[in-house]
Design a protein around this ligand. Structure first.
Ligand SMILES: Cc1cc2nc3c(=O)[nH]c(=O)nc-3n(C[C@H](O)[C@H](O)[C@H](O)COP(=O)(O)O)c2cc1C
Length: 139
């Protein structure tokens, strides 16, 4: 499942509650300008068309997906839990799209996806530190 909370009266929240579908698109650092724009403007004030970007329809759901994103979830909303001003959407992941140029057969190396991490400020991630078991003492 994918769980996402949305507060206030934003358009995305209304759309997802109405259609019971949404997409979640991983933001890599080359997409910061797009994320900053989408996240600082509301569709309630008109279309977000000041920047050009390519988007597609989902492969299995009728959801918009960003062509630039290297990892996309297509989700069906199962339950919405209201807590104060926030609605938390519990979603079934119906499809995952991963950039076909990225090899994940040996696991997912997040450094290749170069995600933006948001803590109130934007960050990129550091080194790949290995996997489970790499730090166990060998006898
Ligand atoms: C990096 C970033 C992360 C955000 N995360 C959330 C979030 O988790 N939940 C939320 O309700 N709003 C979040 N926002 C705020 C919405 O993106 C913002 O209110 C936006 O204007 C909503 O647009 P809409 O009305 O078209 O849906 C975030 C904004 C940014 C820039």
């Amino acid at each position: 499942m994918l769980v996402i909370s949305m507060f206030g009266t934003k358009k995305t929240k209304r759309n997802a509650a109405k259609t019971k579908q949404l997409s979640a698109n991983l933001v890599s650092t080359n997409m910061l300008y797009l994320m900053d724009y989408f996240g600082s403007n509301s569709g309630n004030n008109g279309a977000k068309d000041k920047l050009t970007y390519d988007y597609s329809n989902g492969e299995v759901l009728h959801v918009p997906t960003l062509d630039l994103s290297k990892w996309v979830y297509e989700c069906e909303v199962k339950t919405i839990v209201q807590t104060g001003d926030s609605d938390t959407f519990f979603c079934d992941i119906k499809n995952v799209q991963i950039d076909r140029d990225i090899d994940i057969t040996d696991g997912i190396d997040l450094t290749v996806f170069d995600p933006v991490v948001y803590s109130g400020q934007y960050h990129s991630i550091g080194k790949n530190l290995g996997k489970i078991g790499d730090y166990l003492k060998k006898d």
